[in-house]
Write a protein that binds this ligand. Sequence first.
Ligand code: 6PG
Length: 253
Amino acid sequence: MRSSKVRVTIYRDPDTLAHAAADLFRAAAASATARADRFTVALSGGTTPGRFYSLLGSAAYAGEIDWSKVQVFWTDERCVPPDHHESNYKLASFSFLSKVPLPFKNIHRIRGEEGPERAAHMYAIDIRAFFQQDPFPEFDLIVLGVGRDGHTASLFPGDAAVDERVRPAAAVRRQPPDHDRVTLTLPVLAQAREVVVLASGRSKASVVREIVEDGNPKAYPAGLVRPAYGTLHWLLDEEAAGGLSVGTRPKPE
Ligand code: 6PG
């Protein structure tokens, strides 16, 4: 019986953090492929994972992953076309998906251009058809970031999607200049074998401390992410970890 674990690791700078995330992705892919002959991963957007995603498409990592076994999903998406500069699909596609031999059929894009409700419904159908697991899919790895307000994926404080406990994906209405969105829901995040939350920069230090160490994590959607029996990794750089008394620092190589 697996038990839930939370690991907080602090890296000296954003580049070391990105390499740690790429190493974790590579290890999770190898483990899942050996165990189940596939690796299911859901990717976030935002700025933090950009360097990590670029590493996955680089010579240092691309050849170390059996991309034919990788099934790529998203944790959330904006309701914009896939070529829009704010599309999370475009971020991943530009950063690494277009550079690795991943079969097109292994890309499970959230069709945000259909509008939030229809896109969420279509995504839920795709998830259920692929995983054939009820009531919720078990992703091998879910990659998350955290906003300064404590949101994660597109689960924003006070939004109804945070309380969704039946559907695997939900529509999120946002005010301009933001876009409506689609997000995986908390039961899916809880079902994952591994969840990694990436946080970088001084602007995240306060919310990270509130969630990881003190305060009331339940005030923030990112604080509600607790794998039922998987492992939750918080990968931080020193700035985002400012003031934390918990967490380990890997020995410099
Ligand atoms: C998105 C992400 C979102 C992101 C946070 C942090 O679609 O934007 O899924 O949840 O992880 O907003 O974003 P930064 O990495 O840019 O700080």
